[in-house]
Design a protein around this ligand. Structure first.
Ligand SMILES: Cc1cc2nc3c(=O)[nH]c(=O)nc-3n(C[C@H](O)[C@H](O)[C@H](O)COP(=O)(O)OP(=O)(O)OC[C@H]3O[C@@H](n4cnc5c(N)ncnc54)[C@H](O)[C@@H]3O)c2cc1C
Length: 381
């Protein structure tokens, strides 16, 4: 076994309290939340009270100013427990970091304390019905009119969309300027003309709410611009590596947990008068998975370490996202097979893991888009 070296004792203490928190406040309720299509909103407030939301927010805004390893601990514990419902990773690793990096002082004072307490859930809306991979092709417009922008368009597949109180909307402030015309605007729930569609029905992530969002002549003050006008695409390119690393982190922790569950299962389950662990096929499958996961763990940990040092480049983050999510899907499929028919039953964690893992190769940029990013660098002059 290769010991993990990236965490300090304080990260491990944090891990212990995170795990206890989720074991008592989320695990017993998750099956019901899957039926509801969303988690209990109160979990956000409870997590906020414990300091589990956006641990990286600087102390001056009420946060703890902690490093990304604390986010990693949260993501790993949730993945290991199969808690795919709470979209905390989106708040902690993606949306709040946008506010920390690019918001004005007034926006930070207004929003960050509420993000920390769980009073405010922040979603990010890039994808549109007609545009996902090709971000530059977004059609939602935000046209300046006096002191305001007027937003028109629609978004889809937005995580935490039903429960969101604030949405970072990717839109074109100059529809003729391509990527340079893209900006990020903050739109609060309840703003006239901003409507949430129905909670979309998915094959996995059953307890996570995912929505369409509609904007019809939505007027927001110009102060709602996040960062500079026309810089939206640059900000997205800068911040997507952390999103991609988070996917790799959750994939790796998730498959480690599923492998362990499978090891336990094959020792118990009998066929032809003996535990299925006795069959060489089972042993070889487990050995292969264990070896591949070990290699992935070392790679992903090194990426985390580089990221904490501010040295993880976008291409390496894309490699981590692609390889970890591909391996996660392969491993979970094999683990399900080793569970036989029980693996197909929703009550078994491996069944849920199978359904939840599929999206990992699609969101955060599809794995084909990751290959475009990697090969572009490889072939550059
Ligand atoms: C559960 C869920 C949660 C999500 N959460 C969010 C969210 O919070 N915010 C948000 O903005 N979006 C979110 N998304 C959207 C997600 O990021 C997109 O679905 C994803 O980027 C792919 O875009 P698309 O669905 O339009 O697929 P498309 O872009 O239409 O791609 C279809 C297929 O074509 C391939 N393809 C596209 N272009 C190329 C190319 N140049 N070369 C080769 N192959 C190509 C793709 O890889 C894919 O296989 C979420 C999606 C889901 C399902």
């Amino acid at each position: 076994m290769i010991p993990r070296t990236i965490f300090e004792p304080e990260h491990e203490q944090f891990r212990e309290s995170v795990r206890k928190f989720f074991e008592s406040h989320a695990v017993p309720y998750h099956a019901q939340w899957e039926k509801d299509g969303q988690i209990d909103r109160a979990l956000w407030n409870k997590a906020g009270e414990m300091g589990f939301l956006a641990p990286s927010v600087p102390e001056e805004y009420g946060g703890m100013g902690l490093d990304y390893l604390y986010n990693t601990v949260m993501d790993e514990e949730m993945a290991k427990l199969g808690l795919s419902g709470p979209g905390f990773h989106l708040q902690n690793d993606i949306t709040v970091p946008y506010l920390v990096k690019h918001a004005s002082e007034a926006q930070k004072q207004k929003y960050l304390p509420k993000c920390l307490s769980g009073e405010m859930i922040v979603a990010i809306a890039m994808t549109e019905p007609g545009t996902g991979s090709d971000l530059q092709g977004v059609k939602t417009t935000a046209i300046a009119d006096g002191d305001e922008y007027v937003i028109n368009g629609s978004k889809t597949f937005i995580t935490n969309g039903q429960q969101a109180d604030l949405v970072i909307v990717v839109c074109k402030t100059d529809p003729n300027a391509g990527a340079k015309g893209i900006s990020l605007l903050l739109v609060e729930a309840g703003t006239p003309g901003f409507e949430k569609g129905s909670n979309l029905e998915k094959i996995g992530l059953k307890a996570q709410d995912t929505s369409e969002l509609f904007f019809q002549d939505v007027r927001v003050p110009k102060e709602n611009m996040l960062g500079e006008e026309g810089m939206g695409f640059v900000y997205l390119m800068q911040d997507l590596p952390q999103e991609r690393l988070t996917i790799a982190v959750m994939a790796t922790a998730g498959m480690e947990a599923t492998l362990q569950q499978t090891v336990d299962y094959v020792k118990e389950r009998k066929a032809f008068g003996q535990p299925i662990a006795n069959f060489q096929n089972t042993q070889f499958k487990l050995a292969q998975m264990d070896a591949e996961i070990t290699a992935m763990r070392v790679f992903v940990d090194r990426c985390i370490e580089l990221h904490v040092q501010g040295k993880l480049d976008a291409v390496t983050a894309s490699k981590a996202k692609m390889l970890a999510s591909d391996l996660q899907n392969k491993v979970i499929d094999e683990c399900l097979q080793l569970h036989g028919g029980y693996g197909y039953m929703w009550e078994y964690p491996v069944a849920r893991a199978f359904a939840d893992a599929r999206i990992q190769r699609i969101f955060g940029g599809t794995n084909e888009v990751m290959k475009i990013i990697i090969s572009r660098e490889l072939l550059a002059d």
